[in-house]
Design a protein around this ligand. Sequence first.
Ligand code: FES
Length: 154
Amino acid sequence: MTTVRLTVNGVQREIDVAPGTLLVHAIREQVGLTGTHVGCLTGDCGACTVVVDGATTKSCSVLAHSADGATVETVESLADGEELHPVQRAFWDEFGFQCGFCLPGMLLTAKELIESTPDPDDADIHRAINGNLCRCTGYNTIVAAVRRAAKEAS
Ligand code: FES
């Protein structure tokens, strides 16, 4: 076992992980935050997207021990109690989800896009969510939600 120190959503955590433990499993099973989803485990679907040291990261592609000392933000960091984050509200208003499996990754990816590109066009949005797959194929409303979130943030 290796001790890993993480700051997750502003809270310092110390967890013991077995060799080979993926960050997504550490977040879900040891930190106890299950908003981060497990999909393909091959880095393709984006369901496991979190923010590590400021950059969206597929947490199935990171060994937990290699994230020692990192700051991690998960989807649980977005809402303030019952108050949705503006990006969450835009997805709600545009019905930017169906089954919701891809939603945590989509939200964090959208937030990062809007922070780096305040007025994204559709090509920017398509490029940003390229690594986040929606198994319901509800991309039109997802793109509309990101567009709305960007507009409301400006
Ligand atoms: Fe990580 Fe699919 S579970 S990209």
